[in-house]
Design a protein around this ligand. Structure first.
Ligand SMILES: C[S@@+](CC[C@H](N)C(=O)[O-])C[C@H]1O[C@@H](n2cnc3c(N)ncnc32)[C@H](O)[C@@H]1O
Ligand code: SF4
Length: 391
């Protein structure tokens, strides 16, 4: 079997900046698009990477590029048979022809940013799309033969009632998609929302309200056959995102484009943040990397444990020293974790407190060296580990 290997391509362009978003993306750099695409292709050609088992175009808004430009980047990536190729799309920037072009080039998965299906919540998020555009986009994707479809939604916007949220989740379910990412609205300081909250012009999301909404989405999706497989991700079994599973299992991937993060040969590294600097680096024949972190064995074990614990497969545990055994017993009694078959998993109550539970377990010294990554997300190999928002 071919070893999993991922390629992440960052597309830093958006038509409109949403008030809550702090991703590396710009709305005034259309003039850079041609040079940026050319730089991504040059960057790919200059790397000797194994055939990719997953490719993820994230952003920003990859679907904002003309389909031929995105496909030109995809064509420069050597891909293994059956490679998963995902494109993040904004419902406002897709049509039937674009999806047909994607599908012909090997795109087999799309991720649509819907955020909410309730008009007043969309307005509060400063989103511009009509909720009906999401259903239209899904129809075009299916016509093109793309069946693996994710919808992103956000919960906990101030002014969103529990019924509003139920309406949004019901609307997602009516679309019949096989994958849903539901994120608690996070107030990022360097955004219009962050500044408004800091200045008292807007309220901050309420933790208890977000916890109630997490329970609602988990119940409704589970009842419809979408299983939670990472704190913020649900899928029909077999429809998990292989690329994201690679992130959560310490797999290897390269980052193409500005602001992308890679993980190869035991190091985490990241590229320069702006498209201008990325284009300049590649144009000068220099690597786009702007920083890297080599993790020692202890750091890798902790990172692997943290990521794996967020997944439904949980994290492997070895023989436990007294502090770890005590922490595990306490958290088990509090019904925040379950430990069976040599692994520890978060319960739903534990998922709501994932960061605290993880911190408590790491402090106890529970983390052990990571094993090999599971090949098939549906059936992780025994003894193996598998958010935050990824892409
Ligand atoms: C890079 S965006 C890609 C999707 C596409 N650009 C769009 O918005 O339609 C990925 C996802 O991150 C989530 N996201 C971005 N900022 C967030 C925040 N501050 N809190 C919670 N989720 C956020 C949104 O759900 C968004 O769809
Ligand atoms: S949420 Fe999506 S469309 Fe909005 S600014 Fe962020 S990347 Fe762009």
């Amino acid at each position: 079997m071919i070893a999993p290997f991922g390629v992440y391509v960052h597309i830093p362009f958006c038509a409109h900046r949403c008030d809550y978003c702090d991703f590396a993306t710009w709305t005034d750099r259309d003039h850079l698009v041609d040079d940026y695409v050319a730089a991504c292709i040059d960057d790919l050609r200059g790397r000797a990477t194994p055939p990719a088992t997953s490719v993820f175009f994230g952003g920003g808004t990859p679907s904002l590029l003309a389909a031929d430009r995105l496909v030109a980047i995809l064509d420069a990536i050597e891909r293994a048979p059956g490679c998963e190729v995902t494109v993040e799309c904004n419902p406002d920037s897709v049509d039937a022809a674009k999806f047909a072009r994607y599908a012909a080039a090997g795109v087999d998965r799309v991720s649509l940013g819907a955020q909410s299906f309730v008009p007043h919540v969309l307005r509060s998020l400063n989103r511009t799309h009509d909720p009906g555009n999401v259903a239209a986009a899904i129809g075009w994707a299916r016509e093109a033969g793309i069946e693996r479809i994710n919808v992103d939604v956000i919960y906990g916007t101030v002014g969103e009632s529990l019924d509003d949220w139920r309406r949004s989740v019901d609307a997602v379910l009516e679309l019949g998609v096989t994958h849903v990412s539901a994120y608690a609205l996070t107030v990022e300081p360097a955004t219009p929302l962050g500044r408004a909250v800091a200045e008292g012009g807007a309220g901050a999301p309420d933790d208890d309200d977000q916890a109630d909404k997490y329970v609602i989405v988990d119940d409704l999706l589970a009842a419809a056959g979408l299983e939670n497989y990472e704190v913020s991700n649900w899928a029909v079994p077999g429809a998990e995102c292989r690329h994201n599973v690679l992130y959560w299992t310490m797999g290897e991937y390269v980052a193409i484009g500005c602001a992308g993060h890679g993980h190869t040969a035991g190091a985490r590294w990241w590229n320069v943040r702006t498209p201008e600097r990325y284009i300049a680096r590649i144009g000068a024949g220099r690597a786009p990397e702007s920083g890297r972190e080599e993790l020692d064995a202890g750091g890798r074990a902790e990172e692997a444990f943290t990521l794996a614990l967020r997944t439904r497969w949980g994290a492997p545990i070895g023989p436990l020293a007294a502090p770890a055994a005590t922490a595990l017993a306490d958290l088990t009694e509090a019904r925040l974790v379950e430990a069976t078959g040599g692994r520890v998993r978060l319960t739903r109550a534990g998922r709501l407190l994932a960061s605290d539970v993880t911190a408590r377990l790491l402090l106890s010294g529970i983390a052990v060296a990571p094993g090999p990554a599971p090949r098939d997300p549906g059936t992780p190999a025994p003894g193996v580990g598998a958010g935050t928002r990824y892409h």
